[in-house]
Design a protein around this ligand. Structure first.
Ligand code: LR7
Ligand code: MN
Length: 586
């Protein structure tokens, strides 16, 4: 080379360039391999030297593609961006005729692409957040029994397409022994399995089938047992996961492994499949008959939060959509396998998590839509009241002396056999869980306890007529005039009222209210929570005269000239017996 005029400097420079190029080349290769191995080991369980590696990688690449294109509309396809699908004429008639069987509009659902796009309706505070690259991996468990095909597969597509591929470990599609034709199997469920293999060739979606109808509680247990990711996320089989739904859940569990998290549950209309924002923050409550209810978020929680993106602590959850650290889920007792088909498990896990040291939080930046159906599109084997019996199990195991309030509403369940509960009691002892009173005092102080800290509680009876105030079993979510009915001796929960120290005459959630005019009726309306009680909701009881006096109008409750089911009225106070009332426990 010297012959061509090269000096030492030239030579050394050349060697350095070669070394640098060599290093750069290998670091690029290494990066690729690190990427591969992360995917292989964490996502696919493949050894990086596996010869099939290249093929699997190619197969999994589709997921990155779909994730990248998740906002791309299916042009001309109905329901895109979550809008409503309106049917007319024959289509509508057909949909109506199938509504009862499916409990939602199957025709509209079938028209909508399985990968339809949704609007990003998150709070602006959520869109600004970024998350660490390293997050725990998710196993999404979707249980179903005889779910309509399009609703089911749209759920899976929404999960795969809107989950960053690196964080989605697997989707477990758990079939709870479906027997409807399109899902049914001779030996194996070929249609579902073939579809899964074709759509998700890297095996990210796994199909598991129970050997007999298990009910949703045992089905979820089976799904959780099949899962191997760090975090379990349960979904109903008629959901749509929305933009950015996964990361905030995984991130919060990374911060706090004992937090059980719920996404905000948006509403997918059962008729038009319109995806709409579940506005105003709401948390979960319960009724003493052990039904789940929604409640406006408490002021104490709103003022604790620094941003709209902050988690909201909730006393209970709806049940179907939540995330938990997989190991923690088992540590705190999974689910009660003694619970059948539907109902009760949501309050059971809520009480248990709080009482045994965990917490229950709603994550506002994680949004998942759910088709709210007003009936069940499946059978209840044996026609049992599984909600009632499951609730009895939870009341017996978790509610201590407060189970009396459950039985006050569900008298008939006192004598019903709910099976052996000893293992659940043992679980509670082993975990050293706190009392239900602790839960009420600390987690849900807003909850009204009808027979504690009140002036009186029981029937409101007019002895001269033996008529009692009675809701007649009407739905107390609607406003109606309060009536009287022959007293049932306190046996019927519809004639039990509380006279609070604040001066409310009330039920669990509703208060007696009147405008106080002449012969005015008295209606039952939602009691204000945490706010001042309006004066037309305040009452006084005069022990001498036995008058129940409406404070605003100074008029008296009167049972004069009433027969069963007629509305009670206010009149100018006098000495007549029809204005003398006793509040007594039965
Ligand atoms: O035997 C069964 N086996 C099943 O696998 C019965 C049902 N299932 C499946 C079913 O296909 C569905 O995917 O279980 C899931 C839940 O059943 P749904 O959708 O009929 O229940 P739901 O949405 O009416 O009821 C709510 O309360 C239930 C109480 O047991 C469950 O916890 C549901 O998951 C729960 N749903 C939600 O929380 C969604 C938000 C609704 C609200 C409020
Ligand atoms: Mn549901």
């Amino acid at each position: 080379l010297r012959r061509y005029g090269w000096t030492n400097t030239h030579l050394i420079g050349c060697v350095i360039i070669i070394i640098v190029l060599y290093k750069v080349w290998y670091s690029v290769l290494d990066d690729n391999q690190a990427g591969d191995s992360q995917l292989d080991n964490a996502e696919l369980g493949f050894n990086k030297r596996d010869s099939a590696n290249g093929l699997i990688m190619k197969k999994a690449a589709y997921r990155y593609d779909r994730y990248a294109n998740r906002d791309k509309e299916n042009v001309g396809s109905p329901g895109e961006r979550g809008v409503a699908v309106q049917l007319t004429g024959k289509d509508k008639a057909l949909a109506d005729s199938l509504f009862k069987k499916e409990a939602f509009n199957i025709i509209a659902s079938n028209r909508i692409a399985l990968n339809r796009t949704l609007k990003d309706i998150r709070d602006p505070a959520c869109k600004k957040l970024t998350y660490p690259k390293e997050l725990p991996s998710a196993s999404v468990v979707i249980i179903f029994h005889n779910e309509a095909w399009s609703a089911l597969m749209r759920t899976v597509h929404s999960v795969v397409n809107r989950s960053p591929p690196d964080h989605l470990h697997e989707v477990i599609l758990l079939d709870d022994f479906s027997d409807r034709e399109e899902l049914q199997c001779a030996e194996e469920c070929e249609r579902v399995k073939e579809y899964i293999k074709k759509e998700w060739p890297d095996g990210v979606v796994k199909y598991v089938r129970t050997k007999k109808r298990s009910g949703l509680i045992r089905a979820r247990i089976a799904g959780a047992e099949a899962a191997t990711g760090d975090v379990l996320i349960f979904l109903d089989s008629h959901c749509e996961a929305a933009e950015g739904w996964l990361e905030p859940l995984l991130n919060r569990i990374k911060e706090k492994r004992s937090a059980i998290l719920c996404p905000m549950i948006d509403v997918i209309d059962d008729n038009t499949l319109f995806y709409s924002l579940n506005g105003g923050e709401a948390v979960g409550g319960f009724t003493w008959s052990l039904h789940f209810t929604w409640h406006q978020t408490f002021d104490r929680e709103m003022s604790r939060r620094k941003s709209m993106a902050d988690y909201i602590r909730s006393p209970t959850m709806a049940g179907g959509l939540f995330a938990a650290d997989r190991k923690y889920f088992w540590e705190i007792g999974g689910y009660d396998p003694g619970m059948d088909v539907w109902g009760g498990e949501n309050l059971e896990i809520s009480f248990r998590v709080w009482m045994c040291g965990g917490s229950l939080e709603f994550i506002p930046c994680s949004r998942v839509g759910h088709i709210f159906r007003s009936s069940h599109p499946y059978t209840f084997p044996g026609n049992k009241d599984t909600h009632g019996i499951n609730s009895k199990r939870l009341a017996e195991v978790w509610m201590d002396e407060y189970k009396r309030l459950f039985y006050m509403h569900r008298h008939e369940l006192l004598t019903v056999d709910a099976g052996d509960m000893s293992e659940r009691v043992e679980l509670r002892n082993r975990l050293g869980c706190k009392s239900f009173k602790w839960y009420l005092d600390n987690v849900y102080p807003e909850k009204f306890i009808p027979d504690e800290n009140v002036q009186s509680h029981g029937m409101v009876r007019n002895p001269s007529t033996n008529l009692c105030l009675d809701t007649l079993g009407k739905d107390e979510k609607t406003v109606f005039d309060l009536a009287v009915y022959p007293c049932q001796g306190g046996k019927s929960s519809s004639e039990v009222f509380s006279f609070s120290h604040k001066g409310e005459l009330r039920r669990e959630e509703t208060c007696l209210m009147s405008y106080g005019g002449d012969e005015a009726t008295i209606s039952l309306q939602q009691c204000p929570v945490g706010k001042q009680i309006p004066s037309n909701m305040l009452w006084e009881y005069d022990k001498e005269s036995k008058h129940i006096i409406h404070k605003d109008s100074r008029k008296c409750m009167d049972a004069d000239n009433l027969s069963a089911s007629q509305p009670v009225r206010l009149r100018i106070c006098g000495t007549q017996d029809t204005q003398k009332w006793e509040i007594e426990s039965g």
